[in-house]
Design a protein around this ligand. Structure first.
Ligand SMILES: Nc1ncnc2c1ncn2[C@@H]1O[C@H](COP(=O)(O)OP(=O)(O)O)[C@@H](O)[C@H]1O
Ligand SMILES: [Mg+2]
Length: 344
């Protein structure tokens, strides 16, 4: 199982939307996916159509009552399970304050379930507290959604410092893998400037040992799309709500890109792989560098309704990560044009 924490301590940047729709696309293509709602606001739970008030189980019980992970998850769609949240989760941090090993409860809870799923996506709370530490202790990879406005990079350094701390003390496997630009408007100049700033910052880390040394800005953006904002109020993923809109197209591409990164490496001149092609392929050995737990990538089991598998996808450009001679790596972004007071 590949565990991806979707992390940004800011609210409203697209974390929940990203978790729901990447998970839905991966599940639709045959991967077994479990999503974890680690935000007391329970937006992930609501987005998948479950009312948090009626939830008597889920992430709170796993964290505070040693409840068995597999007894707390619900099958929400074919191949897509949810560990739900409710408002009780807000009390988890204080309840656990004197518990030894409280940062690794989630990791231990799903340890024995790792071979039952291909992907686990964690929707982190908009804070860097105990819930987020649990998510990072359990994760292999971090995906950071960024909304490219002028305050986007404030707090980015703090975020990376937290990842670095967890990487050093609790989880040496943890890596920041991707920055996903959400609500992107390519016609405006600012989003492109933010993107350039982030890339410049990441370039300095390439070749170092820091946990974001292999991070890249995903070459696929998620455009601002009203359908993505409407879908949660119907408890639907974007593929169920409006499968042909830009939002569906973008998240399908992001999921394909991520999934392709965990497949055995392709020759440099090979065509990019799409999920529909992967579905037809026989089981292949996993790439050791990308799958340290040696899980063979999943094979498709079902094709839920709501995903148009015949829709032709423009090929995804898979960029190699540029290498640069790295000097001292600061975890704060100090020279960005966006260095403004953080009001969020
Ligand atoms: N690409 C997008 N275009 C338009 N609205 C979006 C997009 N992504 C997310 N939204 C909306 O923006 C708000 C914040 O997104 P959300 O995923 O809940 O962020 P977070 O989980 O980081 O707080 C939600 O109302 C969501 O529906
Ligand atoms: Mg959210």
């Amino acid at each position: 199982m590949r565990t991806i924490a979707v992390l940004n301590q800011k609210g409203g940047v697209g974390k929940t939307t990203t978790v729901v729709n990447i998970a839905a696309a991966l599940a639709a293509a045959g991967s077994r996916v479990v999503v974890i709602d680690f935000d007391p606001q329970a937006h992930l739970t609501i987005h998948l159509g479950l009312e948090p008030q009626i939830v008597q189980f889920g992430s709170y019980k796993v964290l505070t009552q040693s409840a068995e992970f597999e007894k707390q998850i619900l099958l929400m769609r074919p191949n897509l399970w949810l560990l739900p949240a409710n408002i009780n989760l807000v009390g988890a941090e204080s309840e656990l304050v004197s518990v030894v090993g409280r940062e690794t409860i989630l990791r231990e809870a799903f340890q024995s379930s790792r071979d039952k799923f291909d992907y686990c996506l964690i929707d982190c709370a908009p804070s860097l507290g105990l819930l987020t530490l649990n998510a990072l202790a359990a994760a292999d990879d971090v995906l950071i959604p960024l909304q490219p406005h002028f305050l986007a990079l404030r707090g980015f350094g703090k975020l990376l410092q937290t990842v670095e701390l967890v990487n050093k003390r609790i989880n040496p496997n943890l890596k920041v893998k991707w920055i996903l630009l959400c609500m992107f408007d390519g016609r405006a100049s600012l989003p492109n400037e933010v993107r350039a700033d982030v890339e410049q910052f990441l370039d300095k880390a390439h070749g170092t040992n820091c946990p974001w040394a292999q991070a890249q800005v995903l070459p696929v953006y998620v455009r601002r799309n009203i359908k993505l904002a409407e879908a949660p109020s119907y408890g639907k993923t974007i593929f169920e709500y409006e499968q042909n809109c830009h939002g569906a197209e973008d998240y399908r591409k992001v999921a394909e890109f991520i999934h392709a990164q965990f497949q055995p490496s392709t020759p440099p001149d090979a065509q990019p792989v799409t999920i529909s092609e992967i579905q037809d392929q026989p089981s292949a050995p996993s790439a050791p560098s990308l799958l340290p737990d040696s899980q063979v990538p999943p094979q498709p089991s079902t094709q839920p309704a709501g995903v148009d598998e015949n829709q032709t996808q423009p090929p995804i450009e898979i960029k190699s990560i540029p290498q640069s001679d790295s000097e001292t790596q600061s975890s704060e972004l100090t020279q960005t044009k966006t260095d403004q007071p953080d009001t969020n």
